[in-house]
Design a protein around this ligand. Structure first.
Ligand SMILES: Cc1cc2nc3c(=O)[nH]c(=O)nc-3n(C[C@H](O)[C@H](O)[C@H](O)COP(=O)(O)O)c2cc1C
Length: 694
């Protein structure tokens, strides 16, 4: 409703002036506030940066308390993942700017409000305007928005403005008050230095915000994801934050007594039924705080960093102009590089010109027996395209894809034009940096039908792509037997064995230096398995082991892995052309990211599909007589299991297993962006034309 319409509505109730409305609307505050204080609040100006979980409720709470003037900032839009806690998040408003929605909500409560809007968010350039004439700031910034928070708090202190921060931690609220006149400043209290890695800044902020940390007793910290800058959050905590922060704001605005600024701290946790408050001598420089931070940094953060390297810093820009900044393009390409690829070969190259990114297939990266006609690499390129398309949405960009745009260059897989569209960020973006292959045994509990249905619908967004799910235990056993047979071939076929050994990084140093291939621990083979893999590196040893029958242990491991899964699935596409496999790779990445988002693990089991493709495209002459027999048996069972698939006309993208697996020991690495930039001076055939042995 527009303001005029709101005023007309008030008139219907006989509320014809601001004074008459204010007296009536806020009459029930009287007794806690006096009439004079109520008037003072109506003329008070409060700033709230961030209209999310806490910022949105801060605003509504203060309006209902009678505050009349606001400076509000937010550049984000609502998305489904906001529903659990953000005041303005409602289905009809998905994709709408948070600021617009909250201003509408605010005016519908008090149409006489004065609101200054900062739709670009707050930054160095507008900070003075944002703080102009403001008496109190209620911090509604995201936990991970550290640098902006630091700028805001320090500038507010210079300008004589109070800042209150209340953080929703678990089911609790932890609050600090920063006074411009007394106590400690932001940098001093949190012990912040200019050159500090992001994770240390977050750690300092979290430890200083809640020195007693009541929430750590019950919160699952494995769900805190630095990479996507997200963690567990609750509406209960957001409401508490507002109750605590707004009470202090009223105290400050009305110059009432007992304002206790940092190093005083407060945490109210209804879940543990505790109210903790105290005085933290020296802030984070307090020796106990230092010891806590040392422990977390040394034993927890370093371990996690080793497992999942931090994603690149998200450039803090929303692209509105015609030319997309280089930082944004680089970020989008890095998202592409994060895609999965057979043996982590990373078979791609990139270039960009203006707003268009080109993705090339790098044939040289993988000339293995498995990579028949480069199909596995083409699937990986498809996955990289999907990652880039998704990452672009984080900047309000739409990636318009042209497949195989140059008939004269069959290495050029696709070009993606980045167009300013201003739409919402795709929630799958967050999973790009923590999607991974999990080769552990999974728990066998069935996956809820609703999740399976969601996965299938994710795939069907790509025309012609289809997910064929296998959940029945006896069918899973059939797949396990098939995988056992083809995995036997894997160990008994010399080129396959030698290629796998070439791609395993047997030491940490080798893994970190080469930054491709499979770190030994990533294979989750256990100690005995690792010794086995090391010992059987030379073909003659493996051959000997095969002759004794011991080689089948590897295939047995794959058999067990399928049985210890909740489900398996075959992803297919309509045709068998390059473009179909690219689209298939996109569908694969989409379903893999969705599984990551839902906390599901997955492992590709591609020997069957890739052997099938080889036999179909090149015949079976590369296999021994024995192996041909095994393959024939397997293919017959395989076709029986998926009667809906037309194996001669539909492209098989991937067979995989899924379920809930424990955390993996070691992730794979990626080379730096520079390693993938195409040398524009050379022709493709000069760069990549080496002989394919297969
Ligand atoms: C086309 C393709 C085939 C793959 N085949 C297998 C496979 O047969 N077995 C397996 O364990 N992983 C397989 N993978 C997973 C890759 O090894 C993995 O994506 C790569 O090492 C990168 O690691 P990440 O997925 O953890 O990021 C395959 C991946 C792709 C894209």
């Amino acid at each position: 409703m527009k303001r005029d319409a709101l005023f007309s509505k008030l008139k219907e109730f006989g509320l014809t002036t601001q004074k008459v409305y204010m007296d009536e609307a806020f009459s029930r505050n009287i007794g806690l506030l006096t009439e004079e204080e109520q008037e003072k609040l109506a003329n008070a100006k409060v700033a709230i940066p961030g209209m999310g979980g806490v910022g949105g409720v801060h605003l509504i709470t203060l309006i209902r308390t009678g505050v009349g003037k606001f400076h509000l900032a937010d550049f984000d839009t609502y998305e489904p993942a906001n529903i659990n806690r953000q005041f303005g998040a409602r289905v009809p408003d998905f994709g709408r700017p948070k600021l617009d929605v909250m201003v509408e909500q605010a005016l519908s409560i008090n149409p006489y409000l004065e609101i200054n809007e900062f739709p670009e968010g707050i930054n160095e350039a507008n900070m003075d305007d944002f703080l102009g004439g403001v008496e109190v700031v209620l911090d509604g910034l995201d936990f991970f928005n550290f640098d902006t928070r630091r700028l805001l708090f320090n500038r507010a202190r210079e300008k004589g403005t109070y800042v209150i921060t209340a953080g929703p931690l678990g089911f609790s609220s932890a609050m600090l008050i920063f006074s411009p006149h007394e106590g400690m400043g932001f940098d001093e209290y949190f012990d912040i230095h200019d050159v500090m890695p992001d994770e240390e800044k977050y750690l300092s902020f979290a430890t200083g915000l809640a020195p007693k940390a009541t929430h750590i007793k019950y919160m699952d910290f494995s769900r805190v994801d630095f990479s996507s800058r997200a963690g567990p959050s609750s509406s209960i905590a957001c409401q508490l934050c507002s109750a605590m922060a707004a009470t202090e704001a009223v105290r400050i605005l009305l110059k009432r007594k007992r304002i206790k600024s940092v190093p005083y701290y407060y945490q109210f946790d209804p879940y543990t039924q505790e109210y903790r408050k105290g005085y933290l001598f020296f802030g984070n420089r307090n020796p106990i705080q230092r010891a806590k931070m040392f422990y977390v940094k040394t034993f927890l953060l370093e371990k996690k960093k080793e497992l999942f390297p931090m994603p690149p810093e998200l450039p803090k820009v929303k692209v509105t102009e015609k030319t997309v900044p280089g930082d944004v393009v680089r970020y989008i390409i890095k998202a592409g590089i994060q895609a999965p690829s057979g043996d982590n070969a990373q078979p791609w190259k990139f270039s960009w010109q203006g707003n268009t990114i080109s993705l090339y297939l790098n044939r040289e990266a993988d000339y293995s027996f498995f990579n028949i006609k480069q199909l596995a690499s083409i699937i990986s390129c498809g996955a990289a395209i999907e990652n880039m398309r998704l990452a672009a949405t984080a900047f309000g960009l739409e990636g318009r894809i042209a497949y195989l745009p140059d008939a004269k260059n069959d290495n050029l897989m696709a070009s993606m034009e980045l167009c300013v569209r201003g739409g919402k960020k795709d929630p799958l973006c967050n999973s790009i940096w923590n999607r991974h292959t999990n080769r552990k045994l999974y728990d066998k509990k069935p996956i809820p039908e609703s999740i399976l249905g969601h996965l299938a619908s994710r795939v069907s967004d790509i025309p012609g792509a289809k997910l064929h799910l296998v959940t029945d235990e006896s069918d899973l056993k059939k797949i396990a037997k098939m995988v056992y047979k083809v995995d036997r071939i894997r160990t008994e076929h010399r080129p396959l064995h030698e290629h796998l050994c070439k791609m395993i990084r047997f030491t940490d140093r080798e893994a970190q230096e080469k930054r491709d291939g499979l770190p030994l621990k990533n294979l989750e083979a256990g100690l005995a398995g690792e010794v086995f893999l090391r010992m059987t590196r030379p073909w003659w040893v493996m051959n000997l082991v095969n002759t004794s029958g011991l080689g089948r242990m590897v295939a047995l491991h794959s058999y067990q892995a399928i049985l210890n899964s909740s489900a398996a699935a075959l992803l297919t596409v309509r045709g068998m052309e390059t473009q179909d496999f690219l689209r298939g790779g996109q569908a694969l990445e989409r379903v893999w990211l969705t599984m990551t988002q839902k906390g599901l693990s997955m492992q590709p089991m591609t020997a069957i599909t890739l052997f099938w493709l080889r036999c179909q495209l090149e015949g079976d002459r590369a296999f021994s007589e024995d192996h041909r027999g095994l393959l024939q048996e397997t293919f017959e069972e395989y076709q029986e299991l998926f009667p809906d698939v037309n194996f001669h006309e539909e492209g098989q993208i991937m067979l995989f297993r899924m379920g809930r697996g424990g955390p993996i020991k070691q992730c794979t690495y990626r080379k730096d962006l520079e390693a993938f930039l195409r040398d524009e001076g050379k022709k493709d055939n000069e760069i990549w034309d080496t002989q394919n042995p297969f």
